[in-house]
Design a protein around this ligand. Structure first.
Ligand SMILES: [Zn+2]
Length: 450
């Protein structure tokens, strides 16, 4: 298993596009000129701004009138548009593409030798949607081929990835990955939970995911072991008791909390989470918002971009799986969640806890092409200001990644992860669906300006 994990990480490292920059590239100058700048802080935008990039770093930021553009800089005209930090999604799954049934998908991609291709499609879709960093919270560890790991095309477009590998749990839940994988971290005792963390750490994971149905002693063992390895623990929790157990054991991020339509959480618990500052990622949209959006506009399932990205074989398989999406077991409790979303999700927004932004991208009908702007829109619909929602998906998420010093805002010294969007997201948050330029690590990956 370790061998397979290492192969996965080799692949993920390639996704980082970590090929060392050539001397020419490291001094290459790029200037984004003229657009409105949202820098990732909750401050007024800078109008008619300039961002100067040298190599992979931002070196200067300010209004056009105050920044001299070097004569040898390549200029990207952003007039009439908005420049902002690359988006970060702290909950994605590269191994799924919106298919309706995990029990069919996992063995199907394994049988058809598509595991590597699916990860590539996911990574590319996320990047094109403006996601320049992401956390994968539970993917298969099937080895991608040597072509990807050692071949000539070592520069697969995708976000910077942090990955958890398999999650640690006492039960598999929902059948997710259970058929195609033999590398689940199924545990029973706290000692086994700690050993599972050691094993994952040795394999090189970036974060640990703890998956429901664990007792306080399990959470404690996982947190202690993970922190010894300097790894953060993301807990997948809905049930109020699970939330409390995970929080009290000191997990670093509470994932899903609030999106299951359960009764409101104990205000004392919410307050304690807010005071301690443990980040909460509510994954608001993946059922409660996505389902009604699809009932209203089922045509979204046939978005032509998906057809282009997937290719015919995967397209047909995904289309077939979603034909009667209303009946998928994944959505069996969604009506309850929809009725309660304003109350249960609003509780977290109103309580002023530290909210990050994560989508569970790749889950049924939750396509990587649009998962993050839909999640951000859901937060805005629930009462969050557009600027706070954007900050959550950039600056706060960078802190959740543990990379707040390098990512998440546009200011000198930070890595040049920048997107340019058409329209003003502070006025209409769905402008985030119109990502025209994507720059990651100082390199232009997408430029769709006409
Ligand atoms: Zn997930």
């Amino acid at each position: 298993m370790n061998h397979r994990i290492w192969n996965l990480f080799a692949f993920i490292l390639i996704l980082f596009a970590c090929t060392p920059a050539s001397p020419a590239e490291s001094s290459r100058k790029l200037a984004l000129v003229g657009g409105m700048l949202l820098d990732g802080y909750e401050v007024p935008p800078i109008h008619h701004a300039v961002i100067l990039i040298e190599g992979n770093r931002i070196v200067k930021v300010g209004p056009s009138s105050e920044v001299t553009i070097p004569s040898d800089a390549e200029v990207i005209d952003t007039r009439g548009r908005v420049m902002m930090p690359g988006l970060i999604d702290v909950h994605v799954h590269l191994q799924i593409l919106g298919h309706g049934d995990y029990m069919r998908w996992d063995p199907w991609i394994a049988k058809n030798n598509l595991v590597e291709k699916v990860a590539e499609i996911s990574a590319k879709q996320l990047l094109n949607a403006g996601v320049t960093s992401a956390v994968d919270l539970g993917g298969t560890l099937k080895s991608p081929s040597d072509r990807v790991i050692h071949g000539p095309d070592t520069d697969i477009p995708g976000p910077r990835m942090a990955v958890s590998g398999p999650w640690i749990t006492r039960s598999l839940g929902e059948g997710f990955y259970s058929t195609a994988l033999d590398d689940q971290m199924l545990i029973d005792t706290p000692a086994q939970a700690a050993a599972a963390v050691d094993k994952l750490a040795a394999a090189g994971v970036d974060v640990i995911k703890a998956y429901v149905d664990l007792d306080p002693a399990h959470y404690k063992a996982i947190v202690d072991a993970a922190h010894r390895h300097k790894l953060r623990v993301h807990a997948h929790v809905y049930d109020p008791t699970d939330v409390r157990n995970a929080f009290e054991a000191g997990v670093d991020v509470l994932q899903h909390v609030g999106s299951a339509g359960v009764p409101l959480y104990d205000p004392a618990l919410v307050k304690a989470i807010a005071v301690k500052g443990t980040p909460v990622v509510v994954t608001a949209a993946h059922r409660a918002f996505l389902f009604p959006a699809t009932v209203e506009f089922p045509e979204r399932l046939q978005d032509p971009q998906l057809k282009i990205d997937f290719g015919p074989q995967i397209w047909d398989e995904v289309q077939n799986s979603l034909q009667r999406f209303q009946r998928l077991s994944y959505f069996s409790t969604t009506d309850q969640e929809m009725r309660f979303s304003r109350a249960s999700l609003g509780q977290w927004i109103d309580s002023n806890v530290t909210l990050g932004m994560g989508t569970d991208s790749g889950t049924p009908m939750n396509f990587h092409t649009e998962s993050l702007w839909r999640e951000i829109k859901a937060h805005v619909d629930l009462g969050m200001s557009p600027q706070r929602a954007i900050c959550a998906a950039t600056r706060i998420n960078a802190q959740i990644l543990g990379r707040g010093d390098e990512l998440g805002t546009i200011e000198p010294g930070k890595l040049a992860d920048i997107i340019v969007v058409r329209g003003n997201p502070l006025f209409d948050i769905t402008s985030l669906a119109n990502v025209e330029v994507v720059i990651k690590d100082g390199r232009v990956y997408k430029d769709a300006r006409k």
